[in-house]
Design a protein around this ligand. Structure first.
Ligand code: GAP
Length: 548
């Protein structure tokens, strides 16, 4: 797919999301909050359907998996133990010229000998950057339109300023190995670690009061000492919004196992909101600060983790594919050794081919016994499992107490929603009754996740047709099927609207309904219509939904 087509598809999805009520920008009337999104009337149904399908396949349809719904705010010691307070951070850098702040690990990395042009938005900005560089670094870069030229990478540690006809640099500077992503500037600040967790305070403590009296009492302290003093004050009542749903399953391992008498191998599942103060928010809802996850921690006997990792990799892949039109757009990617998280001994990503290329949808990680051991160490509570039937491999005696190993399929629910929006989007040419062609957009959602299952449409708003239609809708409600009554606009427009909403079946009530009690059922994908008895319409749609 060309770069243009990629943009076009994402733009179309974003525009349809707003127009049809799938996803809106958060706080839009106030100018919008970047990286936060609201799920509209269709989006909330789609998201719930995806998450309910996950819950059904992971919890309800399995004897050995139980669910929890833990609080979003947990004891801050949880995040010390898990390593999130110390390590869950991104290296942040500032461009000294443009003030752009960006993630060092995601920045472009030019090679030795590469030119380092600084590309500005326009000529005016180029002139202003040229002056800043001259003032600060005492070199005058050549201006060529909106570009500043003359810089080149010398080696991995330095870059230089070269004038037109010389191979020798006039001036050299330390090189970090990367440049700012927007302008390409190599003039950068030191890297700082930026923690991704959202911090808040709990309880009636007036932190600001404590901080101001600390500053008043310690006037002579330098900036570093003041920062660390303030940090200590804040830490006392600090709490964090969870950056993943996973930790609650480790922390509640013992309670879950004992209350439900679970035997290993068994899993604990949870789905819900997670929060990350992402520096780079990108591709609509792909990476946002508030998102939803669907995670399961599967506790297994040490030594069996490879078998279970492969089992869950395949089970999760099959689940994603079973709800998609294009199963071939999903693939696995085994993590390289250097890329593995500190707690994992192996990991597969399930990737989807987004418009910008393959990228992560779900991680299936073999997390060893790292988490349970860490929480045991920090809390002082035993988080082990005793298997009476097994022999302890070390002592040879009956009964084996061990810390279980963990396989974790960790999926993004909101990211999954984006995948199914992309997968469902189709533009088609359709024949008109006069032989000409028009085009339609149709969201071919799997009926299990389609926001509205069926729409009941009276052909006209009179002659008793709305009453018949409403009566049919109420029968659907009683059967627990999400049906919509829709009488606005012409029948053609209503069909198009429900094609865009992804409604699998439209039922039309017309004059003939009054005569012989039949209705037409229109199939979203084939657009074929069949006339059937109105009496059986709920059972017919139920059957169609369950076999598709
Ligand atoms: N417990 C492990 C864990 O959280 P992760 O790879 O950081 O692993 C799992 O997250 C999944 O959550 C990802 O594969 C992705 O689908 C989703 N996810 C992570 N960060 C996200 C964000 N900022 N916005 C949307 N989805 C995100």
């Amino acid at each position: 797919m060309s770069e243009n087509q990629q943009h076009t598809l994402m733009d179309k999805i974003i525009s349809l999301s707003k127009q049809r009520g799938f996803i809106f920008q958060s706080s839009e009337i106030y100018g919008g909050l970047k990286s936060a999104y609201d799920y509209g009337p269709l989006g909330v149904e789609l998201k719930r359907n995806i998450m309910n399908e996950w819950w059904k396949s992971m919890v309800h349809e399995r004897e050995n998996i139980i669910g929890i719904d833990a609080s979003i705010i947990m004891h801050s010691k949880v995040w010390h133990a898990s390593g999130h307070l110390a390590g869950f951070s991104d290296p942040l850098v500032d461009c000294l010229i443009s003030k752009e702040r960006f993630r060092a690990d995601k920045a472009p990395r030019p090679k030795s000998g590469d030119e380092l042009p600084i590309v500005c938005i326009d000529k005016g900005q180029a002139k202003s950057f040229q002056e800043i560089i001259k003032k600060r670094f005492n070199i005058e870069l050549k201006r060529s339109g909106k570009k500043l030229e003359g810089l080149k990478v010398i080696n991995s540690d330095s870059f230089g300023f070269f004038t037109d006809d010389s191979n020798k640099p006039v001036e050299t500077f330390p090189f970090r190995g990367y440049v700012g992503p927007t302008f390409g500037s190599p003039f950068l600040s030191e890297e700082r670690q930026f923690n991704l967790m959202f911090r808040s305070q709990i309880g009636p403590v007036d932190v600001l009061n404590e901080i101001s009296s600390f500053i008043n009492k310690n006037e002579k302290m330098n900036e570093k000492e003041i920062r660390s003093g303030i940090d200590e004050i804040i830490k006392k009542s600090a709490v964090y919004l969870r950056p993943e749903t996973a930790q609650a399953m480790f922390v509640q391992f013992q309670n879950c196992q004992q209350s439900m008498s679970m035997k290993i191998p068994f899993g604990i599942a949870q789905m819900g909101k997670s929060f990350r103060n992402e520096i780079t928010v990108e591709h609509f809802i792909f990476r946002s600060c508030e998102f939803e996850q669907m995670e399961m921690e599967f506790f297994v006997e040490p030594g069996t983790q490879k078998k279970w990792l492969e089992y869950w990799r395949d089970a999760r892949m099959n689940w994603w594919q079973s709800l998609a039109n294009n199963p071939n757009k999903f693939r696995y990617r085994l993590h390289e050794k250097g890329e593995l998280a500190h707690y994992a001994d192996a990991c597969y990503d399930i990737e989807y081919e987004y418009p910008w290329g393959y990228d992560e949808l779900e991680g299936v990680a073999s997390r060893t016994d790292y988490d349970l051991k860490k929480h045991e160490e920090h809390s002082g509570s035993k988080l082990s499992y005793f298997d009476q039937q097994k022999t302890d491999p070390e002592t040879g005696k009956n009964g084996w107490r061990y810390t279980p190993y963990v396989i974790e399929p960790a999926a993004g629910a909101t990211r999954g929603l984006l995948v199914y929006l992309l997968d469902a989007y189709h533009e088609e040419k359709v024949p008109n009754s006069d032989g000409s062609e028009s085009s339609r957009v149709v969201m071919k959602f799997h009926p299990k996740i389609a926001p509205i299952k069926t729409a009941v449409l009276p052909l006209v708003k009179k002659e008793g047709l709305p009453e018949i239609a409403r009566d049919i809708v109420s029968k659907f409600f009683k059967a627990g099927i999400n049906a919509r009554y829709d009488e606005q606009h012409s029948i053609g427009k209503r069909y198009r609207r429900h094609d865009e909403a992804g409604t699998p079946y439209c039922i039309t009530i017309d004059g003939q309904t009054k005569e012989d009690g039949t209705v037409t059922i229109r199939d979203r994908d084939s657009m074929k219509q069949e006339r059937l008895n109105a009496e059986n319409v709920v059972e017919i749609i139920q059957k169609k939904l369950s076999i598709s």
